[in-house]
Design a protein around this ligand. Structure first.
Ligand code: ATP
Length: 350
């Protein structure tokens, strides 16, 4: 049984189709993420699951119970979902304990206090219960918002860009906190973000959206290594697309020569097919001892690594990560090895 099932969901704002036949599901205990560029429809989907938007077509079910269908949406307060907003939305006149306990009015005072104590400890805010939101850092406020959202034990936790108001250094910690809270509370979560690193850090399943359409619902690993289409290949990770065509099932002709490979593709590839081949920076290995060389066109220092832009034969450009103690100059030729064992190719629509 799915905890959340979104089926063929479409949402319109006048002539704009903001969400277009979207389908995915989450099982209890899973963390899902909707990822995509600004305006792709992520927040609209989250708002529809929360009950703030009514579908134009399709439906949403929570624990197998239909909660949204065309023209009808069950009221938000009857869905047992918890929400964490971008700006935390804490009550400024309530202290930490009262913010966390806000949705617990049905509990006896003793049980309420006990639940607040457990949650304070879960989000590492022991001793802060009497502080007011303005006395907390952004990271602490976000943890109060998380504790408040999970306090009434919602079936589903919805998080809208939970990292956006948090310092970059604290984001990894927040990702770990979210995973810990979801698993310890045995709940299920769906977040939206435009940042793939945040999605990778938190989610079990990630949906890549563009223009209201879901291109792929998959693990972060598969989005990177087995992108379903060109949009996902381009949006996730770094890489370049080079031209090629299929010679036979063992080899492809590319802009920089023949590669012995049977690339993976969303559909079947046949001899003669024109293709785009995805080359990731980790397919190109810098090796000072290699006889094959490439010219450094550009370099970006990234701490542990340099990201080099290299030019191969026939003006083909590729990217390559190399440890940053390999500090080569622009214009220099450096040794490389191509490790193209797991190529992904997309048939061109000609
Ligand atoms: P961002 O990352 O910038 O928040 P998003 O992916 O969450 O973007 P949405 O906020 O879901 O995108 O918006 C999707 C599209 O629907 C956008 O083109 C937006 O302008 C439009 N839209 C959203 N809400 C409304 C509304 N209430 N009325 C009209 N258009 C809307």
């Amino acid at each position: 049984m799915s905890l959340l099932e979104v089926k063929d969901l479409s949402i319109r704002f006048n002539s704009l189709l903001a969400v277009d036949k979207l389908s995915f599901s989450l099982s209890r205990g899973e963390i899902g993420c909707l990822l995509g560029p600004s305006g792709c429809g992520k927040t609209t989907v989250l708002r529809a699951i929360a009950g703030f938007e009514t579908p134009h077509a399709g439906e949403i079910a929570l624990q197998d119970k239909n909660v949204s269908r065309p023209g009808w949406a069950l009221a938000t307060e009857r869905r047992h979902v918890g929400m964490v907003f971008q700006d935390f939305a804490l009550f400024p006149h309530l202290n930490v304990a009262d913010n966390i306990g806000f949705g617990l009015h049905k509990l006896s005072q003793r049980n309420r206090e006990e639940r607040i104590r457990v949650l304070l400890s879960l989000v590492n805010l022991n001793g802060m219960e009497k502080k007011y939101p303005h006395e907390l850092s952004g990271g602490q406020q976000q943890r109060v918002a998380l504790a408040r959202a999970v306090a009434p034990r919602p079936n589903l936790l919805l998080l809208d860009e939970p990292f956006s108001n948090i310092d970059i250094e604290l984001r990894e910690q927040l990702a770990r906190d979210i995973r810990e809270i979801v698993h310890r509370e045995n709940t299920t979560a769906l977040l939206v973000t435009h940042d793939q690193h945040e999605a990778f850090a938190v989610a079990d399943h990630i949906g890549v959206l563009n223009s209201g359409r879901l291109h792929q619902w998959d693990t972060g690993y598969n989005l990177y290594h087995k992108p379903a289409d060109l949009f996902v290949a381009d949006f996730i990770g770094r890489g370049v697309l080079i031209n090629g065509h299929i010679i036979d099932e063992h080899s492809i002709q590319t802009d920089f020569g023949i590669i012995e490979n049977n690339p993976q593709s969303g559909g079947t590839l046949e001899p003669g097919d024109q293709i785009n081949i995805l080359i990731r920076p980790d397919d190109i290995i810098h090796d000072d001892n290699s006889e094959q060389t490439a010219k450094v066109l550009d370099k970006a220092f990234q701490g542990a690594d340099f990201l080099y832009t290299l030019e191969l034969e026939n003006n083909v450009r590729v990217l390559c990560f190399a440890p940053s103690h390999h500090n080569h100059s622009i214009g220099e030729r450096i040794g490389i090895r191509l490790e193209l064992d797991h190529l992904v190719a997309f048939k061109k629509n000609i």
